[in-house]
Write a protein that binds this ligand. Structure first.
Ligand code: URA
Length: 439
C-alpha cells in the first residue's frame, strides 16, 4: 500500500477502505508517513469529505493510537462533557460538581487554552496548590470519593489527534466537519466515559459560525459516539457573545463559584443548568425535567459548591479562595473602559474579546508562554444592555500597565453600540441519535 495512492484516491473523491485509513493514521503516528503527504490527504478530505464509515474508521484509529482509558475502577456510570471551545466558557467548573452532587460520576480530562479560547486546566491552576496532574490511581480515588475529578489530558491520549491537529493548524484544514468531529470524538472515546454530552458552540466566537453547520457537526459527533456504544447528546449553544461576565482564569473560577452559590449571571446559570441536566439524563437520573430539579436543588442547598471544594482540597488546592475571592492573587493594575456614546450593546465580538484577554496576559501567545492567572476582563455591560455615555463597559486587569493601550483599542473594536438588538437564544437546539429538536 502506498500513501501516494491513498491521497490520489481521496483527491478524486473516492471512498477509502478501512485498511487505507488505518495505514495512513498508523504510518503518520509511527513517523513513516511524512507531514507533506499527510497534509495533502488532509486537504483532499477538506475538499471531498468522508462518508460515515470512513469517519468511524478514522475516529477509531485516532482513538486507538494511544491509551484507551479504562474507568471501570470507578463505580457507576461516568459522564464526560466537551465544549467545542468558547470565550468565557467556564461551564465545566460548574456542571461537573453539580452532576457529582446529584450522584453522577465525572472523570474528566481537560485541555489548556489555545488561541482566543480559554482552557479548563489553566483556570483550575489559578487555584493555589491545585494539582491538574494525578496518577491514574489518585484520579480514580478522587472520583470515587468526591464524585468528580478534573485533571489535564494525559500525554498519550489520542496522540494521532495531537499530531494531526498541529498539522491542520498550519495547513488551513482546521475548519472541516469530518476532521473536527474525528478530532473531538477520538479524544472522548479514548477518555473512557460511558456517556458524553457535547456542547457545540455557534456564533462569532465559535468554529461553527452558523446554526446549520453546528447542527451538522453535532449530528455527526452524536452518531460517532452512539456507534461506539457511548450514550451521546449534543446541545447547540450560543457563542456570539462571551458566556457570563468574566474572561480570564481566576476571574472565571470566581464567577463559576457564584453560579454554584446561586448568585450567578443569568446566561451562564441557564446554560449550565441545561448542560448539567442533560448529563444527569444521560446517566439515567430521570426525565430532563426531573434532572433540572435535581440540578436546581444542588445549587440551592449548597451541595454542588461543597462538592467542588471537596475535590479541590483532595487535589491539593486551597479552597479558601473559593469561599472568599479576595484570597486570590490580585492583578496590580486595572483600567475601566467607559462608553463614549449612548445606545444598546448591539454587537460583542467574542473572538476579539478572547484575544484582548490573551493580550492582557490571561492566555498564551505561543504554546509555552506563561499565564497571568489574575489578568482578564470583567464585563459591566452585555449584549442587548442599554448604555449611556460615561457608563463603564468593562474593567481590564493586568500585571503590566503598558498592556492596556492595545487591549483598550481592541476592546473598543469588539463592542458596537447601536439600536436595541433582537435577543438571541442561549440554546438553539438539542441533538440526540436520529433526532434534532430546534428551540
Ligand atoms: N476542538 C478539537 O479538539 N478539535 C478540533 O478539530 C476543533 C476543536
Amino acid at each position: 500500500m502506498r500513501m501516494y495512492d491513498i491521497i490520489d484516491k481521496k483527491k478524486r473523491a473516492a471512498s477509502l477502505t478501512d485498511d487505507e485509513i488505518n495505514f495512513a493514521v498508523d504510518g503518520f503516528v509511527g513517523g513513516k508517513i511524512p507531514d507533506y503527504q499527510m497534509s495533502a490527504l488532509l486537504m483532499a478530505i477538506w475538499f471531498n469529505g468522508l462518508d460515515k464509515r470512513e469517519l468511524t474508521t478514522l475516529t477509531t484509529a485516532m482513538a486507538h493510537s494511544g491509551d484507551m482509558i479504562d474507568l471501570s475502577a470507578i463505580d457507576g456510570l461516568k459522564v464526560d462533557k466537551h465544549s467545542t471551545g468558547g470565550v468565557g466558557d467556564k461551564t465545566t467548573l460548574i456542571v461537573a460538581p453539580i452532576v457529582a452532587a446529584c450522584g453522577g460520576k465525572v472523570a474528566k480530562m481537560s485541555g489548556r487554552g489555545l488561541g482566543h479560547t480559554g482552557g479548563t486546566v489553566d483556570k483550575l491552576e489559578s487555584i493555589p496548590g491545585y494539582r491538574t496532574e494525578l496518577t491514574r490511581q489518585e484520579f480514580f480515588d478522587t472520583v470515587n470519593n468526591c464524585g468528580l475529578s478534573l485533571i489535564g489530558q494525559s500525554g498519550n491520549l489520542a496522540p494521532a489527534d495531537k499530531k494531526l491537529y498541529a498539522l491542520r493548524d498550519v495547513t488551513a484544514t482546521v475548519d472541516s466537519l469530518p476532521l473536527i468531529a474525528s478530532s473531538i470524538m477520538s479524544k472522548k472515546l479514548a477518555a473512557g466515559s460511558d456517556c458524553i454530552l457535547l456542547d457545540v458552540k455557534t456564533g462569532s466566537g465559535a468554529f461553527m459560525k452558523t446554526l446549520d453547520d453546528a447542527i451538522a457537526l453535532a449530528e455527526t459527533m452524536v452518531a460517532i459516539g452512539e456507534g461506539a456504544g457511548r450514550r451521546t447528546v449534543a446541545l447547540i449553544t450560543d457563542m456570539d457573545t462571551p458566556l457570563g461576565y468574566g474572561i480570564g482564569n481566576s476571574i472565571e473560577v470566581a464567577e463559576s463559584m457564584d453560579v454554584l452559590k446561586g448568585r450567578g449571571a443569568h446566561d451562564l446559570t441557564a446554560v449550565s443548568i441545561e448542560l448539567a441536566a442533560n448529563m444527569l439524563y444521560l446517566v439515567g437520573k430521570g426525565t430532563l425535567d426531573d434532572c433540572r430539579k435535581l440540578v436546581e436543588k444542588s445549587i440551592a442547598d449548597g451541595s454542588a459548591f461543597e462538592t467542588f471544594c471537596k475535590m479541590v482540597k483532595a487535589q491539593g488546592g486551597d479552597d479558601s479562595v473559593l469561599r472568599d475571592y479576595d484570597n486570590f492573587d490580585k492583578a496590580p493594575f486595572s483600567r475601566e473602559i467607559f462608553a463614549d456614546g449612548d445606545g444598546f450593546v448591539a454587537k460583542m465580538n467574542a473572538e476579539l474579546l478572547g484575544k484582548v484577554s490573551v493580550m492582557l496576559g490571561a492566555g498564551r501567545e505561543t504554546k509555552d508562554s506563561p499565564i497571568d492567572f489574575s489578568a482578564g476582563i470583567v464585563l459591566r455591560k452585555k449584549f442587548g444592555d442599554e448604555v449611556h455615555a460615561g457608563d463603564s463597559l468593562a474593567t481590564l486587569y493586568a500585571s503590566n500597565e503598558k498592556l492596556f493601550v492595545a487591549a483598550e483599542e481592541n476592546f473598543r473594536a469588539a463592542i458596537e453600540l447601536g439600536d436595541k438588538p433582537e435577543t438571541r437564544p442561549l440554546i438553539f437546539a438539542r441533538v440526540e441519535a436520529g433526532h434534532v429538536e430546534r428551540f
